[in-house]
Design a protein. Sequence first.
Length: 484
Amino acid sequence: MADGYGRASGRPGVCFVISGPGITNATTPLGQAYADSIPLLMISASPPTYTQGKGWGVLHEIIDQDAVTRPLTAITATIATPDEFPVLLGEAFSIFGSQRPRPVHISIPVDVADEFVEDEWEPVPIPPRPPPDVESVSRAAGLLLDADRPALYLGGGAIGADISITAIAERLNATVVTSNAGKGIVPESHRLSIGGSIWRQPTQEHLVAADVVLAIGTEIGETDSFTEKLPFTGALIRVDIDSSKIDDLYRADVGIVADAGATADALLDALGPGQPTVGDGEMRATATKTAVRERLTPVERQHVVALDAIRRAFPTDTILMNDIAQLVYTGSAMFPVEMSRTWNYPAGFCVLGCGLPDAIGAKLAFPGRPVATLVGDGGFMFTPQELITASELGLSIPIVVWSNGGLKQITEDMKSQGIEPIGTSGVSPDFVMLAESMGAHGVRPRSVEELEQTLESALNVDRPTVIELVEDSDWLTSPATPLR
């Protein structure tokens, strides 16, 4: 999710982290939120005011706690009096509601936390997001109407503008590519959708060949495409709430600093009424998706067998909170989603072990929605203890573990650089026994049919279910299994 979570549209909810003094372990969610533009408010305690910066060895001391989180936040501040707290809260929510929602960290010394508050804290109005410039919208519409091969590139900042963006694509007969964070803004079953395969070479070649690219809510980051710089050959239109994204590494021919939803609405109006533009968008989208499928590796073809079964078993609104794993990398391109915010993982921010904790949080936030996670065996072993948490809470979370003997992506990367792999493989536990020892269910399917049945039942039981898929199992490698 390297390019934002509602950066340019909508007013998403705010995540909270409450921490005691010594917040080192909490910097990971802050860093992920910073990379993903997630509105996250962290409130932490800190040592007494009179000890700060002195290095006296007090409980949970960090000599300069603010310095730890300042590079990862829009605001980092330690309050000196209780009256400063509501002021900083107002600043935080103004950022969340009207700008690119970088996280905020407010630290409260334990002696300040003991003080009484005399005054009432009143709510503050949140400033509106900027509207699009009319002239810039008109110029963008002109470029798009004159284009022969237009393409849309959508990031997480475009979430909330789904309907208008889909209408723009249909009006222009423009193909749609998304980052990982933008998956589902345009349903991936749509005839013009190429999906979240931006890091695949055929998709990159497709975007580079477009004569106009409309990029909405994306910083076009290296960690989306894993390419240092995409060599666009056509005109580039950029829409973003963050003005620094308009003329950075990818300089815009037309830049619009505004809310994505309002801009999409205005752009749709500027394109004018009428029938969809005649073009070959559907044919180009189909050709690109076919080229991506044809270049899958043998292991990725195994992934697709599992991903297709998962897609068939899970309802459309299932929220997938995924870990750092090869199964997930393949899924960004090959797992179709129909709704935004249903496919999540911190692309480019290697938070190994995040999948299960994130899924627990999502299930608690949306108890009426199905929630699952896809993880690798190596990554899962960073946080297996959270199985106990999910079991104690009675959460019906399917946990699909792709088991290949360690950290295989790192192994392959080391080998590609001529480095002998070190510390990337080892003994894995029996995941079925591990799950059962922690109060969860554990299953090791032996066929596609058994996998689908297990997934369906795992959404409706009173505890999490660990489902181990062993790489190179016969039922995953059958040559008779067709590619989707």
